[in-house]
Design a protein around this ligand. Structure first.
Ligand code: B1M
Length: 214
């Protein structure tokens, strides 16, 4: 890892909000690519998850890490440049599926898509099937993006895909999904068009879906 950001991940795992902000600002001053800073923080969140799984962290620590991550993202967001292709990339309706409150990954995907020139309509977290469908009808996006972090909510993605089909809205509309328990096989199984492993991959897949990249 770049030595200019190596303290960043560890300060997040250490749940040291002030240190994280200091490290983010310092990395930005040293002209580290904002995307690299985001990746390093995402890595830290993964380590927080591992500690939770190992019984070293509990729910309050998860919540604290989530808040620190949001504060850090608020500092970084203005530095992520909007692409000049903005007009051509098109609209994405994005949300975390019903019953699922995890929105950190979804928010990173939103920031990355926006920086790549997509117009993102963010429905937030805990988004019902009906809300997704109504938003597609209203916004006429090129892509619907869904995020899920819980194994118990990932099937909600299939419900959205099925309902869009039932409502005659699936034609010409691409569906991109992601989140820790999701993989390419699941995407295929539920009839989604693509799976994003992380935020960078989500941008790459979104570009492919709209024909901007092969
Ligand atoms: Co929770 N949680 N959580 N949690 N939480 C997990 C997901 C869990 C794996 C932890 C664990 O047990 N190891 C586990 C799920 C287990 C399972 O389903 N099998 C879990 C659990 C159990 C729970 C609760 C049930 C705990 C409880 O209450 N007892 C509860 C559920 C609440 C609910 O949703 N209804 C809960 C609550 C919470 C907090 C609120 C405390 C907090 C969320 C704060 C927030 O999001 N605002 C939280 C957190 C922080 C986590 C972990 C530690 C970290 C998640 C995260 O932010 N990762 C998580 C452990 C883990 O994931 N290893 C865990 C960092 C983020 C950058 O990565 O979200 O994966 P990720 O996003 C990536 C990619 O997945 C991808 O790109 C992103 C950026 O690279 N991606 C996409 C994501 N969406 C995409 C969409 C795309 C494409 C790519 O296209 C559209």
């Amino acid at each position: 890892m770049d030595e200019r950001i190596c303290g960043l991940r560890d300060s997040l795992v250490g749940l040291d909000s002030e240190k994280v902000k200091e490290n983010v600002n310092s990395a930005l001053r040293r002209r580290v690519e904002p995307v690299e800073i985001v990746n390093s923080l995402a890595d830290g969140m993964r380590m927080v998850g591992e500690r939770y799984e190992a019984g070293e962290f509990f729910l309050p620590e998860l919540m604290m890490a989530g808040e620190i991550m949001k504060e850090a993202m608020a500092i970084i967001t203005p530095y992520l440049k909007r692409s000049e292709m903005a007009q051509r990339m098109g609209k994405v309706v994005l949300g975390t599926v019903e019953g699922d409150l995890h929105d950190i990954g979804k928010n990173i995907v939103k920031i990355m898509l926006t920086s790549a020139g997509f117009e993102v309509v963010d429905l937030g977290a805990d988004v019902s099937v009906k809300e997704f469908v109504e938003s597609v009808r209203k916004e006429e996006p090129k892509i619907v993006g869904m995020s899920a972090l819980l194994t118990s909510t990932m099937d909600g993605m299939k419900e959205v895909v099925d309902e869009l089909k039932k409502e005659g809205l699936r034609k010409g509309l691409k569906i991109l999904i992601g989140g820790a328990p999701i993989d390419g096989d699941f995407a295929k199984r539920i009839g989604a068009d693509a799976y994003g492993k992380d935020a960078m991959d989500a941008v790459r897949k979104a570009k492919i879906l709209v024909g901007a990249e092969s």
